[in-house]
Design a binder for this molecule. Structure first.
Ligand code: FE2
Length: 270
């Protein structure tokens, strides 16, 4: 079975769920609908460029996301896409769908077939909430070391940046939401799907090339591969490496599909 067939299966199922809700006159306008509640809270929290949510706001969004299930965005673990554990393709393709996007925030779902990779990439000036809805995924995340004592830029050519490991583990749904911030929490991360996965991302603000928030990709270089004599180590060197910015790798290419799950009612319509 091809990846396209499995994704068509995803879309069909989402569409079916949507129709079912319509015929039952599901109360979309109610804020008790989790996706609508998430949207309304995001409106409150993300006020544009420079917004970094307070800890209260982070708790508010996490409490909604932690409770969200695949069904809340029209997905089910019974879809053929999520049952397939091995993929014949050399580079299984990641698919994404956008539930909502404004200048202040976006809600997206990423579908990763087994063995698919979202390569190491950053989120400039952004706060990102990631909720694994289905599947099992390995996440590796770094923050750039900005401590003056590290003399980051003077120790190596400028294209290499010292980075500190913040996460390196396997996550299995259902699990809590992970949060990254502009300069902490693992702003530069990579995903490798162990089984087919669906990840719901809340990004505030979203990527925007015109506003200087384009996505950059990185290659890891072992710590000992570059000079570092004067570095003041704040952590075990096994938890540090150099990151070299690279052109977007082939694995970074994603296919977009239309979101056909439960629809958000925009605030101006309420
Ligand atoms: Fe990301």
């Amino acid at each position: 079975m091809t990846i396209e067939v499995r994704l068509a299966d995803v879309s069909r199922s989402i569409k079916k769920k949507k129709c079912a809700r319509k015929t039952r006159r599901f109360p979309y306008y109610s804020v008790s609908f989790p996706l609508q509640r998430l949207y309304m809270s995001c409106l409150d929290v993300f006020k544009g460029i420079g917004t970094v949510p307070t800890s209260t706001d982070v708790q508010k969004l996490c409490s909604i996301l932690d409770g969200m299930k695949a069904e809340d965005v029209g997905l089910s673990k019974n879809l053929q896409f999520f049952k397939t554990t091995s993929i014949a393709e050399v580079t299984p393709k990641v698919v994404c769908t956008t539930i909502y996007q404004s200048e202040n925030f976006s809600l997206c779902i990423f579908f990763l077939p087994a063995n698919a990779v979202i390569p190491l990439h950053n989120h400039p000036g952004m706060t990102v909430f990631s909720k694994l809805l289905l599947g099992k995924v390995h996440i590796k995340a770094y923050d750039l070391v900005t401590d003056d004592n590290s003399n980051n830029d003077s120790l190596s050519p400028s294209q290499f940046r010292l980075a500190s490991l913040k996460a390196d583990g396997v996550y299995t749904a259902p699990c809590d939401t992970s949060v990254l911030y502009p300069t902490s929490g693992g702003n530069i991360h990579a995903f490798t799907a162990i089984t087919p996965c669906a990840i719901l991302d809340v990004m505030g603000p979203p990527y925007s090339k015109k506003d200087g928030r384009d996505c950059s990709y990185y290659k890891e270089i072992p710590f000992d591969a570059l000079p570092h004599e004067r570095a003041v180590m704040t952590e075990e060197k096994s938890e540090q490496c150099w990151l070299e910015e690279i052109e977007a790798p082939k694995e970074a290419e994603m296919e977009g599909i239309e979101y056909m799950g439960p629809q958000i009612i925009e605030a101006r319509s309420l």
